[in-house]
Design a protein around this ligand. Structure first.
Ligand SMILES: *Cc1c(COP(=O)(O)O)cnc(C)c1O
Length: 389
């Protein structure tokens, strides 16, 4: 562990230079690595040293990216994946056995919900959901077979906040593994390990890349747990490609400045929307009107870049608003330099029944705004014009 600040580590925590003394990290586009002799190869396979063998196991670029996230989250170890969902799936698949039970917040990323409800039951792994507005019910859902307590905060797409310290205490009391998807916050804003998380998952596709170019995922946390996840991944093959790792590692160098600006813009857009007469409701963690404002202030450095808004007039008004936008993109991504607006009920969360949608806080008129890095006056102008039209 170094005593340098977040920004400095993000930039200076690099792999060793090659014989060319390059300043910027090179791309190691190679599927395998060579050995001098049989003995060296034997030692690498028996894990007596940390040599790279094959890029499904490790590669200098994926290691550099992972090491940066490990450092940022205050973790012991990590492993990088091709996508955020590969990271989510591999974590559960590596750590759970048939008959085990998960307790999760009801409001989770759409594909994570599909894993819990469609795929894990095939292996007799059951999930019980708790309502994030009623954390008192968490303990009543825990069974002798419960192994993992799981949550995202802020949640997608409702931007609800879950008290990480509370989850950490419950996990310790009941001897559960606490796994947090920290994608919406990034380690610059919030470090769940400080509150007792055993593992932290990211979709690096979002704010970590931040420029809408590559997919990626990463899991960091306790070394013994990461080792199990690594062995599962090493044998099943969801590894991050060296090229994407190289892109993501570069992106992390600017994470702090980008996230600062994203959040500054988002707060201004949220304040503007709150005073707009075409808007029913705005949810943004750092607005005093947010139901969990106090918790957000306790565990987050900034409010993030996602705003949930309810346009007056429900589904029809929400869709009209999307159609009237001229600059903001309609796209499935988030955390991009470009402001992106989506309608979760008909897109990312359309696989949920309407009851499940409502239970997860997804009303028909809910619109999710991922505030980008354009000048904030231009973002507000585009949104305002679309609301008035
Ligand atoms: C996007 C996202 C994921 C999945 O990540 P991919 O890189 O798209 O596979 C998981 N969790 C959250 C909260 C996300 O926003």
């Amino acid at each position: 562990m170094s005593d340098k600040n977040f920004e400095t580590e993000a930039i200076r925590n690099q792999m060793e230079r090659s014989q060319f003394q390059e300043h910027s990290t090179p791309l190691y586009l190679t599927s395998s690595f060579v050995f001098e002799d049989a003995e060296e190869m034997r030692a690498a396979f028996s894990e007596e040293n940390e040599r790279n063998i094959y890029s499904r196991f490790s590669n200098p670029n994926t290691t550099e990216f992972t090491d940066k996230v490990v450092q940022m989250e205050g973790a012991e170890a990590g492993y990088a994946f091709a996508t955020g969902m590969a990271a989510v799936f591999s974590t559960f698949a590596a750590l759970l056995n048939s008959g085990d039970h998960i307790v999760s917040a009801r409001s989770v990323f759409g594909s994570t919900h599909t894993l819990f409800t469609k795929y894990f039951p095939k292996w007799q792994i059951e999930t019980s959901y708790f309502d994030i507005n009623n954390p008192d019910e968490i303990e009543s859902l825990i069974r002798p077979s419960t192994k993992i307590l799981y949550a995202e905060s802020p949640t997608n797409p409702g931007v609800d906040i879950i008290d990480l310290e509370l989850l950490g205490n419950i996990a310790i009391k009941h001897n559960l593994l606490l796994v947090i998807d920290n994608c919406f916050a990034t380690p610059y804003i919030q470090q769940p390990i400080k509150f007792g998380a055993d593992l932290v998952i990211h979709s690096a596709t979002k704010l970590m890349d931040g420029q809408g170019r590559v997919l990626g995922g990463v899991v960091v946390g306790k070394a013994e747990l990461v080792r199990e996840i690594y062995l599962f991944a090493r044998n099943t093959g969801p590894a991050l490609s060296p090229f994407n790792a190289w892109v993501l590692s570069k992106s992390l160098e600017t994470l702090a400045v980008r996230v600062e600006k994203h959040c500054e813009n988002a707060l201004k857009v949220a304040e503007f929307l709150e005073s707009h007469d075409k808007i029913e409701k705005v949810k943004y963690p750092f607005l005093i009107s947010h139901p969990q404002y106090e918790i957000a202030k306790k565990q987050m450095k900034l409010g993030g870049n996602i705003i949930a808004v309810e346009v007056k007039g429900g589904l029809e008004a929400g869709r009209n608003f999307l159609n009237a936008l001229k600059m903001c993109s309609l796209s499935a991504n988030l955390g991009d330099t470009r402001t992106i607006v989506t309608h979760p009920a008909s897109t990312t969360h359309s696989k949920l029944s309407s009851e499940e949608q409502l239970a997860a806080g997804i009303t028909p008129g809910l619109v999710r705004i991922s505030v980008g890095l354009e000048h904030v006056e231009d973002i507000i102008q585009d949104i305002d014009a679309a609301l008035i039209s």
